[in-house]
Design a protein around this ligand. Structure first.
Ligand code: MF3
Ligand code: CO
Ligand code: CO
Length: 265
């Protein structure tokens, strides 16, 4: 059975712009608060309060048993890091914060990398900017007439040119009035292959890129995905919608804080 792929209207796009903007505003709001010595549970609580104060619901909470409002994935954690009081951010750490909100029934899903402190190892800086460029390279080819394979191929080639590896075990996803829907968006692939993109499709692009090997494993908590070789991993995520001639990004930072280093304030 071929899964059904939703095509969304102009009005639906407006609702997704509102949900996506709130996810992006949450990522902006938390930026000055990601500091040496804070723990990931306090960051989670600040995000949850901000989301609820804006009349939305944090989608991860209780999703398939996930216990927290956000995912915070530090260093060799690839994704789905569970915020925890004992997980304290240290000088030179890199962290992904992944926010999904439900606003008026619509889902906005976005994540960014954050640098902790001032002394970020060069390899950590490199993997961050390569992952951002890989996501944006995928977004650039997300347009009617191109295929899902074009998106995957663009991301994969940007990563592999820099000797980084694309994680295969997780993918982007259709999104709208549900968190995860068809189609799956692979972050690797071949030009011209796969589903042709059509006006009205809405999905995420969220590549996870490893500085060592692509392999991941899941910790006994059933959620936390880590690199098998314990080398660094990075991820960025946008929610986008296909329009005539290209795509609209729903989760652009209102502050222009697209990737680190973010301004100090
Ligand atoms: N926000 C993640 C995504 O980009 C999904 C998190 S699922 C959770 O698809 F349960 F871990 F929250
Ligand atoms: Co997502
Ligand atoms: Co996400």
């Amino acid at each position: 059975m071929r899964p059904h792929i939703n095509i969304y209207s102009k009005e639906n796009f407006s609702a997704m712009h509102r949900a996506g903007k709130l996810a992006a505003m949450t990522l902006d709001f938390i930026t000055p608060k990601v500091k040496v010595g804070c723990n990931t549970a306090e960051i989670d609580h600040i995000c949850e309060k901000y989301i609820r104060d804006n009349n939305a619901i944090p989608a991860p909470l209780n999703y398939r048993g996930f216990p927290k409002a956000t995912c915070i994935s530090v260093n060799h954690v690839v994704c789905h890091g569970i915020p925890d009081e004992t997980k304290i951010l240290r000088e030179g750490d890199i962290a992904n914060i992944d926010i999904t909100v439900i606003l008026d029934g619509w889902y906005g899903d976005a994540s960014r990398m954050y640098w902790v402190g001032e002394k970020i190892p060069i390899v950590a800086q490199r993997i961050t900017s390569i992952t951002y460029e890989a996501m944006m390279g995928g977004i650039k080819v997300a347009k009617p007439g191109n295929t899902l394979g074009d998106i995957g191929a663009a991301i994969q080639s940007i990563a592999e040119k820099q000797r980084m590896q694309v994680v295969r075990d997780f993918c982007g996803h259709g999104i709208g009035r549900s968190f995860h829907e068809a189609p799956n968006i692979l972050h690797y692939g071949k030009k011209g292959e796969g589903l042709p993109l059509k006006v009205g499709m809405i999905f995420t692009i969220e590549p996870m890129i490893n500085s060592g090997k692509a392999e991941v494993k899941i910790l006994p908590d059933g959620w936390t995905a880590v690199t098998r070789d314990r080398k660094l991993s990075a991820q960025f995520e946008h929610t986008i919608g296909i329009v005539d001639g290209g795509c609209e990004i729903f989760t652009t930072s209102p502050k222009g804080w697209h990737q680190p280093p973010y301004p100090n304030e």
